[in-house]
Design a protein around this ligand. Structure first.
Ligand code: PLP
Length: 365
């Protein structure tokens, strides 16, 4: 059986190091906001090239904390509009709603699955304050155009970088291409913990300071509360594991790219539409997503040959029961994508033989 994502195989090589770190953290008897989180924040900021990284509870909270900090800074208020791709993972939109902002959905480019920058301008109103760009499936969104539109219209830009740890645009990494970025360390992400975790990256000193406080009850000094904060902290033990795994993130991403390039050059079945990408450093292939007209048939066919695939995502956010206020809207490109996508096995621990086998079976479909 070729698994879609073999988390056991991904984490197994770190087992001994993890066990030693577990012992260290046990012995330190300091489990929240201690030295491991500090070290991870330093290492992750350095990795991204930003002045700050702040460890938080998960990717959703990372987004929420950015919005809350901008509200605190007076740059945002309830009812302001946030431009966001219509085909993102629902967390991007939930974060906007959690802080009483208004998501304004924009269609993606069908070739890259990322927000179409040419459709942003027409959605901008006097209430628009932020563009939330998502680097979907691991590919950097068209940040040059997005940042240009933002500066012309005096908007903030936030990256949802939960799928793009380590991806580059020219010489800058995801997380360093906007005013602030949100990362997730959910186990299946390119940099994954053994539980939940997240981070905010930014070059804005003031924003970083407020987020550091907001994640910890709005408190900088114990029992002195400056803001109405939340409890969303990265665990010491998760930070310790992430410090170990961060060292291999670039080589893991290179491995993903190698497999992606093998798929791209060798899948030649006209029934399967391959993803477009702008070069190897621009995409870290969190997922390898193809399109086909009858994806359930393809999924069954693959399963008969012992290949697991998944669908990211079967239902677009505006069609979800939870988002009934958007159910009447129509986004034909988004809907087509959600009807046709299927994600092939992708991870740094696949073998060349497994990839070759997937290609062979796919080409016979
Ligand atoms: C995973 C993910 C999130 C949320 O991260 P969690 O850590 O699960 O809260 C947000 N946005 C995108 C695009 C994601 O893939």
């Amino acid at each position: 059986m070729i698994p879609f994502l073999d988390l056991h195989k991904i984490n197994k090589p770190y087992e001994k190091q993890f066990q030693r770190k577990l012992q260290d953290v046990m012995d330190s008897s300091w489990y929240i906001l201690g030295s491991e989180v500090k070290i991870f924040e330093t290492n992750f900021a350095k990795f991204c090239g930003t002045n700050h990284a702040i460890g938080v509870g998960n990717g959703l909270d990372a987004l929420i904390l950015i919005f809350k900090a901008y509200i605190q800074l007076g740059k945002l208020q309830k009812g302001d509009e946030v431009i966001v791709p219509a085909n993102t993972y629902i967390a991007s939109i939930l974060a906007i709603l959690q802080v009483d902002l208004v998501p304004v959905l924009v269609e993606p480019n069908i070739d890259t699955y990322n927000i179409n920058p040419y459709l942003i301008q027409e959605k901008i109103t006097p209430k628009t304050k932020i563009i939330l760009a998502v680097h979907l499936y691991g590919q950097i969104a068209e940040m040059d155009q997005i940042n240009q539109i933002a500066s012309k219209n005096n908007l903030l830009v936030i990256e949802d970088a939960a799928q793009a740890h380590g991806a580059f645009l020219d010489n800058k990494r995801a997380g360093n291409l906007s005013n602030a970025a949100a990362f997730s360390f959910y186990p299946g992400k390119n940099l994954g913990a053994l539980g939940d975790g997240g981070a905010v990256t930014t070059n804005d000193d003031k924003l970083a300071e407020i987020i550091k406080s907001l994640r910890n009850y709005g408190s900088k000094t114990k029992y002195y509360n400056d803001y109405v904060g939340i409890n969303s902290r990265l665990d010491e033990i998760q930070a310790a594991f992430l410090n170990i795994k961060l060292k291999n993130l670039d080589s893991d991403n290179r491995q993903r790219n190698m497999f992606a390039n093998y798929y791209l050059s060798n899948i030649n079945n006209p029934k399967i539409i391959l993803p477009k990408h702008q070069g190897n450093i621009n995409h870290v292939f969190h997922l390898f997503v193809v399109r086909t007209e009858n994806r359930l048939k393809l999924q069954d066919y693959l399963l008969k040959d012992d290949i697991n695939s998944l669908i990211h995502y079967p239902i677009p956010p505006h069609r979800q029961k939870a988002l009934s206020q958007f159910n009447h809207l129509s986004f034909p490109i988004t809907e087509k994508i959600h009807e046709e996508v299927i994600s092939l096995p992708m991870s740094p621990v696949l073998t060349v033989d497994q990839i070759k086998y997937v290609v062979k079976i796919l080409n016979e479909f």
